[in-house]
Design a protein. Structure first.
Lengths: 318, 331
């Protein structure tokens, strides 16, 4: 790769406890995941609910502490940082969420939403804050700025609210933005505009994204590369068009066949529709129970993610 | 097409919500016909009136909502002219509905089998217990659920399986029309696809009509034979689903905009175009055509005159740019 990676995740493991007392068990929603994001690159993370995609996003911005592995951003190890170092780290990485109705405080104006992150991260003098707010709002297309500053969330449409969330995340001028399903709750006619905005910001500020979505079509549109997750592991990763046009992993093929608009007829290529087992200590490929090509080895050994052709990584024994 | 052929016939329907700021018309002067054994799609964004329409057809409007004008006929009978008992008998026997969060509509303390049998017996009290159980088996086979699972409680089944059970209950009495309001929205894509395949299969086998309501254009265009597109409480276009993929066929500017706004999974990746502006506030609808402030083709009549939908052979466009003779039908 020409660039040093901006984000480098190695062997990331996140473990959650479920149940309590003697019934306490552990599940592993993220199981030894490694990937990199280059500066200004959009990596789309695609998977069903429960695949661990959101958990990876949360671990990356360190809302969650990883149970194992490491995360380096800009060459700095951020896996276990706390306190001031963590606050400083958040100047590099920010997150936007799925629900623009839930992520804004209903009793605060747009201006107050914007003021907090700018002050907290002390970029500039007090007097300059107002200008910074105006500039951020203009960047995301919330104009006229003087009017927008004084609005409350309920006075905004869903698309405008998501723009406020994006402006707020960008206020500290991060290098990476984790976008968790940023368009899935918006109306169809609004979604394209938000994707455009994200793309425009990528080009203007060479912002890198981890774009988390369940929708392969939007991943293909917005992502430079796509990683497909299942049961806490990456099944396949490739440049966006390559992955959609030449899918290799049986799970990617299943996902593609099921995506609305795909040219697929006949039954889906799966043998059951059981959801993946995330329990700790599980062995073998997480997709083995549903895979039409399952072999004996799939149930005993985890297939490693290997490069089958240039930049095309697949975790499958086939 | 003669009128009495239609399973569902909506004529000039308006539904209003009473609000402190005045009456809001969520559905306005709507006309729609669903034919026998047809899957008709109904597309619209939030606030377009599509769910209000579904509730109006079921005669389930609640709170301040009421039908202010027009009629709804199912199998030729005006459902707003029925008395309570007639309506109770008519619903589910001839007309049923699958809601968006239908998988949570099951009673958590009864087994799936009990719930299906209850539905059967309340409408067909003459059935014996054995006949009812036979029918349950037949239904779960139809939606591809293992017979051994019918003694399960809802929480023991996955979301997809629960949704299948709800579909089985909806078709238990062989209704002529099933209304499905975003039945797969809460499900993962793979489960969604397998349920849609099943809906299509069951529909072809059991021969009923479906009014399928959704915001997902690519999904509906695969499932339905015809699609009605709603904007601000009105149907702006009724089109054959196949003609959406045909570049030769002209569509309403809103339909065109929506279609361009969705990323496609096939073909070369083309730049998406959103639709400028935001959906209108129903309290302050723009004059003339409600879409004109967002439309790229707006010309003088759009600002003052409301275009009407004229259906010819099951398709039509409510737009001043088209006069009915000019609409292509995409055979």
């Amino acid at each position: 790769m020409a660039h040093e990676p901006l984000v480098e995740v190695k062997d990331l493991v996140v473990r959650f406890a479920v149940g309590s007392g003697l019934k306490r068990q552990y599940i592993v929603p993220v199981n030894h995941v490694s990937f990199t994001i280059a500066p200004g690159e959009v990596v789309a993370l695609v998977g069903e609910s429960g695949s661990g995609k959101t958990t990876i996003g949360r671990a990356l911005v360190r809302i969650l502490a990883p149970s194992g592995g490491s995360i380096h951003v800009g060459g700095v190890d951020v896996t276990k940082i706390k306190g001031k170092a963590l606050i400083a780290y958040r100047r590099q990485i920010q997150m936007i969420f799925q629900d623009p109705y839930g992520s804004l405080n209903p009793v605060k104006t747009v201006e107050r939403h914007m003021r907090l992150p700018i002050r907290k991260h002390k970029q500039g003098r007090e007097g300059a804050i107002g200008e910074q707010i105006d500039e951020s709002l203009r960047t995301v297309g919330l104009t006229p700025v003087s009017e927008m500053r004084l609005k409350f969330p309920h006075e905004l449409s869903g698309g405008q609210r998501q723009r406020v969330a994006i402006a707020r995340a960008l206020a500290v001028k991060p290098r990476v933005l984790v976008a968790d399903e940023p368009i899935s709750m918006l109306d169809v006619s609004i979604r394209a505009e938000i994707l455009h905005l994200l793309k425009q910001l990528q080009q203007e500020y060479s912002l890198a994204y981890l774009y988390i979505t369940h929708d392969l079509a939007s991943a293909r549109y917005f992502g430079d590369r796509i990683m497909v997750m299942y049961g806490g592991q990456i099944m396949e990763a490739a440049p966006a068009d390559e992955l959609v046009e030449r899918p290799r992993h049986p799970y990617t093929r299943l996902l593609l066949a099921a995506t609305p608009g795909a040219v697929h007829t006949g039954p889906l290529p799966e043998t059951s529709n059981r959801s993946p087992n995330l329990a700790e200590g599980r062995v073998g490929c997480p997709f083995a129970d549903r895979c039409p090509h399952v072999m004996a080895i799939c149930r005993t050994e985890d297939p490693p993610l290997v490069e089958q052709s240039a930049q095309h990584l697949v975790a499958c024994h086939l | 097409m003669s009128n009495h052929e239609a399973i569902l016939e909506i004529n000039d329907l308006s539904v209003a919500y009473c609000t402190p700021k005045g009456d809001v018309l969520a559905v306005q002067d709507m006309n729609l016909r669903v034919l026998p054994n047809e899957i008709m799609g109904l597309i619209g964004e939030s606030g377009s009136g599509k769910s209000t329409l579904a509730y109006a057809v079921m005669r389930l409007l609640k709170g301040s909502a009421r039908v202010v004008k027009g009629s709804i006929r199912i199998l030729g009978r005006d459902i707003y002219a029925m008395d309570k008992e007639e309506l109770r008998q008519f619903r589910w026997t001839n007309l049923s509905m699958v809601f968006q969060s239908a998988m949570n509509a099951l009673n958590p303390v009864l087994t799936v089998e009990t719930q299906i049998i209850d539905t059967l017996l309340s409408h067909r009290p003459q059935l014996s217990k054995r006949e009812a159980r036979e029918k349950v088996y037949e239904l779960v086979d139809l939606v591809r659920i293992d017979r051994s699972r019918i003694t399960s409680y809802p929480h023991e089944l996955s979301g997809g399986m629960r949704q299948r059970i709800v579909i089985a209950i909806a078709i238990a009495l062989e209704p002529s029309l099933v209304i499905m309001d975003e039945p797969t929205t809460a499900l993962d894509v793979v489960v969604q696809r397998s349920i849609l395949d099943q809906i299509k299969e069951v529909q072809q086998r059991a021969q009923f009509s479906v009014l399928f309501i959704s915001h997902d254009f690519s999904l509906v265009s695969q499932l339905a034979s015809r699609i009605a597109i709603m904007y601000a409480g009105r149907v702006v276009e009724v089109t054959k689903a196949r003609s959406l993929m045909d570049a030769e066929v002209a569509h309403h500017p809103y339909t065109e905009g929506l279609w361009r706004a969705i990323p496609k999974i096939t073909g070369t990746s083309v730049a998406l175009e959103g639709i400028a502006g935001t959906p209108p506030n129903l309290l302050h609808l723009p004059s003339g055509c409600a879409f004109h402030p967002r439309c790229r083709y707006t010309f003088e009549p759009c600002r003052t005159m409301r275009p009407h939908l004229q259906e010819v052979e099951g398709s039509g466009i409510a737009c001043h740019r088209f006069v009915p003779e000019e609409i292509h039908h995409g055979s």
